[in-house]
Structure formats: structure tokens, C-alpha cells
Design a protein around this ligand. Structure first.
Ligand SMILES: Cc1ncc(COP(=O)(O)O)c(C=O)c1O
Length: 369
């Protein structure tokens, strides 16, 4: 009996990576994205599983994440993808991470850091092909920046890259526009610097178009067995790695009209039994699931009723029940024949599966399964 545990099936992460690797063009590398603590799954353990499944590189977003991964896996090429404030940059470089560059001022700062550390900084020049976030939107400036990096002995030009805005929208023509723009930039850079790797694809793009694979794909969501298109992961041969478990702390009789939780947001329509589970939004079970979710107990779905509190939530067990205090409860995952996936919860909340697993808080124990 544990209050709130996220079980992480590392074998599933490994198999999902093997599945992605098989989908990739033959010589394209798989880079496993383990930022945000591996999308809530635990970065260290998932990085190891991803490498076992065929990933050959890792990526994170922040300096602190780079420090964590670089310390454990110093031999694996690591890319820090995010913008880096000076302190963070120090953490990323000390961890041996490669970094992104898209402005000349930052290139100069990186060269100064290269001189200070007595070792060239490996850089990936980022093209903003349409995401409208990080990266340089001007193809000629991207090429000029790549040349400046390649010519500077304090820097090593390792990559040219971009990120798609609509890879997960099957009807979006904008994906092809971005792909065309980046393909031209990548070809120009690689014509002068053939050793450089070009990369663009996230998980959705891997499944969408082999032309987006280039030399490497940066996959996050799919390695955890979450569906990049918010559908059924099994349809793409992916298996969810995370399940979220709790237990029934109490079972109590409710008379018709009795209410559960803050604000009396639910009243028993008839006499019933209510189970109390000792987890809540402090664990990442979002308050928006109040009167708007189901929980598995005894292999059956039961409606979550009333307001989700920080540390508790309540479940309607029905007028007759064999559920007892101590029984296992599953909020994400399978029990018997039933299963609830992160995509279902995301849909109820009007969000995406990424946010569901990233939102499972640090208070929830992660357990390798
Ligand atoms: C720059 C970049 N590349 C790759 C990824 C991985 O994307 P996904 O999780 O959709 O595979 C992300 C994730 O948000 C990202 O920000």
C-alpha cells in the first residue's frame, strides 16, 4: 500500500525506442529527449533504458538537466536545446553538453567559454523555420553563423537544426513549408561542412514523414509510450511506460444528499459508498478532474466525485460494493481488463498527454517496474 507511486516500465521505454529506431531512415540516429525529468518519468532511469533501446544521443532543455545527465552518462553525446543564461551555460558546458546557438553575440560568448575551459565548445546552429521561438529565421544568417563557428578553433560546428510547429497536425501544410525551408538550409550547411548533422524531427514528425528524419530525430513523448497525436499509442506500436497508483484509505456510507469535498461540489444522488484516496493536486492529479474522471479499483471504473483536494480525492463506489480500505487504485494504467491512459485524462482536461505526465509532482515516488 503506497500513497502515490508512479511505476515506470523501463522495458517499455526500451521497446518504444527500438520501435522508433526501426521507423527511422537507416542511418539516422535516435536522440532521446529526457528534459523535465524525462517528461515526469525520471530522467536518469529513462535515459539508460532509451540507450538500451537504440538511442545514441540524449537531449535536455536546461543547464541543470544537462548537469544531471552529464554526470551520470559522460560518454553519451548530450545536447542542451534551450536558451541558456550565463550560469546555466556554465552548468551545461561543465557537463560536456553541446549547446544551441542562433545569434552571433552568443557565438562569441561560447568562444570565450571555449577559451576559458581550454576545449572547443560543440555547437548546433538553430534555424527558426517557422516555430517562431528559438532560432534564426534568416537562412543566409544561419549559413554565416555556421561558417563563423566552423572557422573558430574555440568552437566545433556539430549540427544544424530546427523544430516543427505542426508535426502533430496531420492536415497542416505548414509542416511541409517548414520542412522545405529547413531542407534548403541543411543542404547549404552540409555542402560546406559535410560532417555536420542535420536534425528536425520530433516524435510526430518521425511517424509523419521520412523526409524529416535527416541525420537524427529528437524524440521525447513517444519514447515514453505516449501518443504524439493524442490518440491510442498502441496504434503506433507504442506502450505507455508510466502508471499512477494509490490505494483506498477509507470507505464510507453516504446517505442521499450527503456531499463530498470542498464546496460540496458533489452530492450523493442516492445512498451509496464513497472511497477516499490519499492523493490529490499536490501530487499532480489536477483539480480540473473534479467530477470529471474515473479511477480503477477492483478492475472496474469508478467516477471521481467531488472536488480534488491537495491530498485527497473521493470516488463513488456505488450502492453495493466489495471495495475495502487498502484496495489498490489506479489513476493512470491498467487493472484487470480496464485501462486509463494519459491521453484520456488529457482530453478531459482539454490539454495534451505531455502535460499530464510532466505534472505528476516530485512528491510522487517513482518506482522502476
Ligand atoms: C526542441 C525540441 N525538440 C524535440 C522535442 C521532443 O518532442 P516530442 O516530445 O514531441 O517528441 C521537444 C519537446 O518539446 C523540443 O522542444
Amino acid at each position: 500500500m503506497a500513497r502515490a507511486v508512479a511505476r515506470i516500465d523501463l522495458g517499455a521505454v526500451e521497446r518504444n525506442c527500438a520501435r522508433l529506431k526501426a521507423e527511422l531512415r537507416e542511418d539516422a540516429e535516435l536522440c532521446a529527449v529526457v528534459k523535465a525529468d524525462g517528461y515526469g518519468h525520471g530522467a536518469d532511469a529513462c535515459a539508460g533504458a532509451a540507450l538500451a533501446g537504440g538511442a545514441t544521443r540524449l537531449a535536455v532543455a536546461t543547464g541543470a538537466e544537462a548537469a544531471q545527465i552529464g554526470r551520470r552518462l559522460p560518454q553519451i553525446p548530450l545536447l542542451t536545446m534551450g536558451a541558456l543564461a550565463p550560469d546555466e551555460l556554465g552548468d551545461a558546458l561543465a557537463a560536456g553538453s553541446e549547446v544551441a546557438v542562433w545569434r552571433d553575440g552568443f557565438r562569441q560568448l561560447l568562444a570565450a567559454r571555449g577559451r576559458a575551459q581550454g576545449r572547443a565548445v560543440r555547437v548546433h546552429v538553430k534555424h527558426d523555420s517557422g516555430m517562431g521561438r528559438l532560432g534564426n529565421p534568416d537562412p543566409s544568417e544561419v549559413l554565416a553563423l555556421a561558417r563563423a563557428c566552423a572557422e573558430d578553433p574555440l568552437l566545433e560546428l556539430a549540427g544544424v537544426w530546427t523544430h516543427f510547429a505542426t508535426a502533430d497536425e496531420p492536415d497542416s501544410a505548414f509542416f511541409n513549408e517548414q520542412l522545405d525551408r529547413f531542407a534548403a538550409v541543411a543542404a547549404a550547411v552540409k555542402a560546406e561542412f559535410p560532417g555536420v548533422i542535420a536534425h528536425a524531427a520530433n516524435s510526430a514528425a518521425v511517424f509523419r514523414d521520412p523526409a524529416a528524419h535527416f541525420d537524427m530525430a529528437r524524440c521525447g513523448v513517444a519514447i515514453y509510450g505516449l501518443d504524439p497525436l493524442q490518440g491510442d499509442p498502441a496504434e503506433r506500436g507504442l506502450a505507455p511506460a508510466l502508471s499512477l497508483h494509490s490505494y483506498v484509505a477509507d470507505v464510507k456510507r453516504f446517505r442521499a444528499g450527503a456531499s463530498a469535498g470542498y464546496g460540496q461540489a458533489w452530492r450523493a444522488p442516492a445512498d451509496t459508498w464513497v472511497g477516499v484516496l490519499p492523493l490529490g493536486y499536490g501530487d499532480g492529479v489536477r483539480r480540473g478532474l473534479s467530477n470529471n474522471a474515473e479511477v480503477l479499483i477492483g478492475g472496474r471504473r469508478h467516477p471521481l466525485v467531488g472536488t480534488v483536494s491537495m491530498d485527497n480525492l473521493t470516488v463513488d463506489l456505488g450502492p453495493e460494493t466489495d471495495v475495502e480500505p487498502g484496495d489498490a487504485a489506479v489513476l493512470i494504467g491498467s487493472q484487470g481488463e480496464e485501462s486509463i491512459c494519459a491521453e484520456e485524462i488529457a482530453q478531459r482536461l482539454g490539454t495534451i498527454n505531455y502535460e499530464i505526465t510532466c505534472g505528476i509532482s516530485a512528491r510522487v515516488q517513482r518506482e522502476a517496474a
